[in-house]
Design a protein around this ligand. Structure first.
Ligand code: PLP
Length: 459
């Protein structure tokens, strides 16, 4: 079988047997499914040998970049030594070493690590931990969770109940009860009475959390979930003072603050944990993705000593577990990944280059379709607008033609992997490997400039 025959057999099998996630399969009736076959550094290659700059780090995952044999080999060595053993009543050395190392990085007294295999499981585990914690400590009515409009916190039913995107929830309702929405921190779309002042906007958005707690009844609210920078909607950093005010509110009403760092931990914002960048200490941090840079799957949560305390008394047990959580291979890979962070000073790389990344993307402001460039670290959203002066957005049909009819394919064809998304207003999202430097920023900007310049004719 020659190479081309092999490629088309793979295409046919993919169309016949593989179910892609969050993907409209009808879109591939007359088109090939993109087939990525290998990666090296900041780039991946398709089955025809074409190269793409991975401007999304896979899916906010590949922090150290692709093709690192040293990290892959750490997994292989662990597999040969001890491929699997559960964390149900047993420990194994790599899980212990990783937990100790993560506790060393985490702020405050977040010294306890509960591993999962994914971000959704981490989000859901935090909710279960909170519910049982309050039952153990004499507040059994506390079960509700607050989260922000348009925020994505995962797809399993519990995590979906925390998610703030009605369209991806509707088909699966009824969901577990208790999810309550509060405003997000999209300053570009701030209500007019606070649109002039970012700090006032942040104070209003935080105070809305207090209002929601009072409305629901503090005795019923267990936790509030916040990302350091909200991904869905297109990278909303929080205004100055926002997290500090939320911390105060949580302390006042005995509500747990969960920092969902499935994207924002492990260097995305120039720190191991995103909360450090904005100087707040949550009660729980949920993480996944970048902890292994994708060389093996893993998620988890960092938990404060205070929350662990009741679980250590009497006959109490956190009645929750996952077979593959804290998998030895994933732990070994995570340790090797964190070694790369240290040896190659990746946090420093992000901190010293993030200004250049922002400045390079901001050059795109000269295009009429670019309304807002926002984000922090190596994590940016570019909001596309119909009218820059009025900030008018595209209607559903226009957005459909623009994003799915044109941008997604055009950016990929031009050699850039990023995300054109309209779960909120239309945005392009960027989250490149943390090893990127100016040459990659320039390549991203150039491709975006070419493709966005053509975009008008496709609306
Ligand atoms: C903030 C946040 N939480 C949770 C999740 C769910 O993670 P996973 O896809 O690993 O289940 C994601 C995934 O992108 C996320 O961005």
């Amino acid at each position: 079988m020659n190479a081309e025959t092999g490629h088309s057999a793979l295409q046919e099998a993919a169309k016949r047997n593989l179910w892609l996630h969050f993907t409209r399969h009808s879109g591939f009736a007359d088109a090939d499914i993109p087939m990525i076959v290998r990666g090296e550094g900041q780039y991946v290659y398709d089955q025809h040998g074409k190269r793409y700059l991975d401007g999304l780090a896979g899916l906010f995952v590949s922090q150290i970049g692709h093709g690192r044999a040293d990290v892959a080999e750490a997994g292989a060595r662990q597999g040969a030594e001890l491929a699997y053993f559960p964390l149900w009543s047993y420990a194994h050395p790599r899980a212990v070493e990783l937990a100790e190392r993560l506790a060393g990085y985490a702020p405050g007294d977040l010294n306890r690590v509960f591993f999962t295999t994914s971000g959704s499981e981490a989000v859901e585990s935090a909710w279960k931990l909170a519910k049982q914690y309050f039952k153990l400590t004499g507040q059994p009515g506390k079960y509700k969770v607050l989260s922000r409009h348009i925020a994505y916190h995962g797809t399993s039913l519990g995590a979906l109940a925390v998610t703030g995107l009605p369209a991806i929830k509707m088909p699966f309702e009824p969901l577990p009860p208790g999810g309550v929405r509060v405003p997000n921190t999209n300053f570009y779309r701030a209500p007019s009475f606070v649109a002039h002042d970012v700090t006032a906007f942040g104070a209003w958005a935080a105070d809305e959390i207090e209002q929601a707690i009072l409305r629901e009844g503090p005795e019923s609210v267990a936790a509030v979930y916040l990302e350091p920078v909200q991904n869905s909607g297109g990278c909303f950093p929080a205004p100055p003072g926002y997290f500090q005010r939320v911390r105060e509110i949580c302390d006042t009403y005995g509500v747990l603050m969960v920092s969902d760092e499935v994207i924002c931990a492990f260097g995305r914002l120039g720190h191991i944990f995103g909360c450090d960048r904005y100087d707040y200490v949550p009660d729980i941090i949920t993480f996944a993705k970048g902890i292994t840079s994708g060389y093996s799957p893993m998620g988890g949560m960092m938990v404060s000593d205070r929350l662990m305390e009741p679980y250590q008394k009497d006959q109490h047990t956190f009645l929750h577990g996952i077979t593959f959580a804290g998998h030895p291979v994933s732990c070994a890979v995570a340790l090797a990944n964190l070694d790369v962070f240290e040896k190659e000073a990746l946090l420093d790389n992000v901190r010293s280059n993030e200004g250049a990344f922002r400045a390079t993307l901001e050059k795109l402001y000269d295009l009429p379709i670019v309304g807002d460039v926002r984000g922090d670290g190596y994590f940016y959203g570019i909001e596309l607008v119909k009218d820059k002066a009025t900030r008018e957005t595209f209607d559903d049909n226009e957005s459909e033609r623009l994003l799915r009819g044109y941008l997604s394919h055009a950016l990929f064809d031009a050699g850039l992997i990023c995300r054109a998304d309209d779960r909120g207003d239309p945005v392009i999202q960027l989250s490149p490997p943390l090893t990127c430097t100016q040459e990659h920023f320039d390549e991203i900007e150039q491709i975006l400039r070419d493709v966005l310049t053509q975009a008008w004719s496709h609306v």
